[in-house]
Design a protein around this ligand. Structure first.
Ligand SMILES: Nc1ncnc2c1ncn2[C@@H]1O[C@H](COP(=O)(O)OP(=O)(O)O)[C@@H](O)[C@H]1O
Ligand SMILES: O=C(O)C1=C[C@@H](OP(=O)(O)O)[C@@H](O)[C@H](O)C1
Ligand SMILES: [Mg+2]
Length: 186
């Protein structure tokens, strides 16, 4: 009953998840989609499917600029969907053009301490930008470089270590009515 009310409140509006790599956009996005009975998309997954290659291979063989072009194309194509949760790649917020698509939906920033993110990505090899001598420093630098863009989101959710993806999803959904109310008051 409660979820139905939230779905009605959204009126088919898409939810875009933004935030640093490893913060949980993909994991939490799937949960939000399930709780709302929305479809789920992940821009990285679509890029992998379009190219038939892993993200690290795209970066290594074609470069980041090529990846960013694909990312914008995928985001544009997704913007015609409704009733969808879209987990984006961590760098999507840096291009102004991408905001013209993101702003068509509700943008949710998942934020966490970089220590927690590093723990979760300790065994991960799929983030080419973190293949540096000091990945923690790289992640901190990215956070500082990007945070003003992330802050343009409609909603910021601070993630604690103890919260499961499903708990974070519930928190996002709990905060949505307030965000929609603020937008309609403006
Ligand atoms: N709330 C959470 N609790 C425990 N592990 C998590 C949580 N959120 C994400 N993870 C794990 O952390 C890693 C990165 O999550 P992911 O959803 O891929 O992040 P992103 O899409 O933001 O890069 C994955 O291994 C995922 O299973
Ligand atoms: O932060 C970034 O620039 C990137 C984040 C990745 O996605 P996740 O945020 O899902 O890890 C992926 O798009 C690519 O490796 C670049
Ligand atoms: Mg992801």
């Amino acid at each position: 009953m409660m979820m139905k009310t939230k779905t009605n409140l959204l009126q088919g509006l898409n939810i875009y998840l933004v935030g640093l790599m490893g913060v949980g956009k993909t994991a939490v996005g799937k949960e939000i989609a399930q709780q709302l009975n929305y479809r789920f998309f992940d821009t990285d997954d679509l890029i992998i499917r379009v190219e038939g290659k892993a993200i690290t291979d795209i970066f290594a063989q074609k470069g980041e600029t090529y990846f960013r072009e694909l990312e914008t194309k995928v985001l544009q194509e997704l913007s015609v969907c409704t009733r969808s949760v879209i987990a984006t790649g961590g760098g999507i917020i840096m291009k102004k053009e991408n905001w013209s698509f993101l702003q068509q939906g509700l943008v949710v920033w998942l934020d966490a301490k970089t220590d927690l993110i590093m723990e979760r990505l300790a065994e991960d090899n799929t983030r080419p930008l973190l293949k540096t001598e000091n990945p923690k420093q790289t992640l901190d630098d990215l956070w500082w470089k990007r945070r003003s863009r992330y802050a343009q989101s409609d909603l910021q959710i601070s993630i604690e270590r103890s919260q499961s993806p499903s708990e974070i999803a519930s928190e996002v959904l709990m905060q949505i009515p307030e965000v929609i109310k603020q937008a309609s008051d403006q």
